[in-house]
Design a protein around this ligand. Structure first.
Ligand SMILES: C[S@@+](CC[C@H](N)C(=O)[O-])C[C@H]1O[C@@H](n2cnc3c(N)ncnc32)[C@H](O)[C@@H]1O
Length: 376
């Protein structure tokens, strides 16, 4: 019958898998950037994903790394007899993984194409009705965050490409393209990823609350996917700027943007079931070390708990790149404090951490992505 395989973008395979797990949850990892899902019932949700490159249906998996181009072509042909619908087709081969698989993409495309072509299936490389995608996935040993799932293996897969609706055009929404830009502006892909991580399989927030909206990086990505946003910021210039950026984004979701300190956020928004909190709290190069930043962060967690006790949080804290070595994480500094202390403080506000993962910003700064769920 074949599998449904999701192909992750090369940016970060751990976060790709975490994102898929939040949106639909996956079945098996067959390579750090390839996971299977068991049903296509929630497939539309995947158009939200920031780190998903491709969806392949009726896919076949070969993990024999000594296979030749000729054997692959023969197997693709055998598979196509039962799985390729009538109509024009193209074969697209992609190589992924850190180690390049020493197989020729063009030989596979030519070899399989010649075998498949028939009066029912003609080749059309420009606008084919069907695309057979072949992935040659080389070894991928992530340097950071090595864990059991990041196994080293070479696999060859192929399947029928399902077009991803609204394939995200993050380039077009690059912060510097927006009418209102500041250096704090969150990158579109990262903002989109944070929103995805605030989902749970079977639960999509209808509203996102960002109490530190800045230039609206998170707000834009929410309304573009039709999720309503309640955004606020202490700084009136940011409030005005977010409004401008939201008009520019032409998103479908509804939005309200207010000037408000985190101190008054509960009074401002009241209770909201079905909302998730997604934010990056204030931290400057110097200020992130101060207790003030931590205070503000903890206030946001408490407010989130009272606005929706059943909600979720996705946030990001400044840390140092050494945090990326997971096994030593308890010793590292996050917002100027030892991680253990920060974790205890988060727990004291009624949240538990369900995911933590550091990404590098530059040589001396990393950001720690956190996903929190209610502790009871
Ligand atoms: C890191 S920036 C957020 C950037 C935003 N995600 C973006 O894409 O532009 C943090 C924001 O928090 C705001 N802020 C600082 N202290 C605050 C407070 N006590 N209450 C509410 N907002 C505050 C700042 O004005 C700043 O815009």
């Amino acid at each position: 019958m074949g599998e449904i395989i999701l192909v992750g973008s090369g940016w970060n395979s751990f976060l790709f898998r975490a994102e898929i797990n939040s949106l639909v949850s996956y079945d098996k990892i067959i390579h750090p950037r390839l996971v299977t899902i068991s049903s296509d019932s929630n497939i539309n949700i995947l158009s939200k994903a920031a780190l998903l490159d491709d969806i392949l249906f009726k896919a076949e998996i070969i993990d024999d790394c000594n296979i030749s181009e000729k054997d692959i072509s023969l197997l693709i042909h055998k598979w196509a007899v039962n799985n390729l619908p009538r109509g024009s087709f193209a074969i697209r081969t992609r190589k992924i993984g850190e180690e390049i698989v020493p197989l020729s993409s063009s030989s596979i495309e030519r070899g399989a194409g010649e075998l498949i072509v028939s009066r029912y299936n003609n080749v059309d490389l420009e606008t084919p009705e069907h695309e057979i995608v072949v992935i040659l996935a080389g070894l991928d040993g992530q340097v950071f965050h090595k864990n059991e799932s990041d196994t080293l293996k070479t696999v060859v897969i192929w399947g029928l490409r399902r077009k991803i609706s609204n394939k995200n055009e993050f380039e077009r929404r690059n912060p510097i393209e927006r009418p209102f830009f500041k250096p704090v502006s969150l990158d579109a892909r990262l903002a989109r990823l944070m929103i995805s991580l605030s989902h749970k399989p079977g639960w999509c927030p209808k509203i996102i609350i960002d109490p530190f909206c800045g230039t609206g990086g998170i707000a834009i990505e929410a309304i573009i996917q039709g999720i309503d946003i309640l955004a606020s910021d202490l700084d009136p210039i940011m409030v005005e700027g977010t409004q401008k950026n939201l008009v520019w984004s032409k998103g479908k979701g509804k939005y309200t943007v207010k000037k408000c300190s985190i101190d008054n956020i509960v009074e401002l928004w009241g209770g909201h079931e079905d909302c998730a909190f997604v934010f990056d709290p204030p931290y400057g190069r110097n200020s992130w070390k101060s207790d003030n930043g931590l205070d503000i962060f903890l206030k946001a967690l408490k407010a989130a708990r009272s606005i929706n006790p059943n909600g979720t949080i996705c946030t990001m804290l400044p840390t140092i790149p050494e945090f990326m070595l997971e096994e030593k994480s308890s010793n590292y500094l996050v917002m100027g404090k030892k991680w253990e202390e920060i974790e205890a403080l988060i727990n004291s506000t009624g949240w538990i951490i369900s995911l933590k993962y550091a990404i590098k910003v530059h040589r001396s700064l990393a950001r720690l992505i956190l996903v929190c769920h209610p502790s009871h």
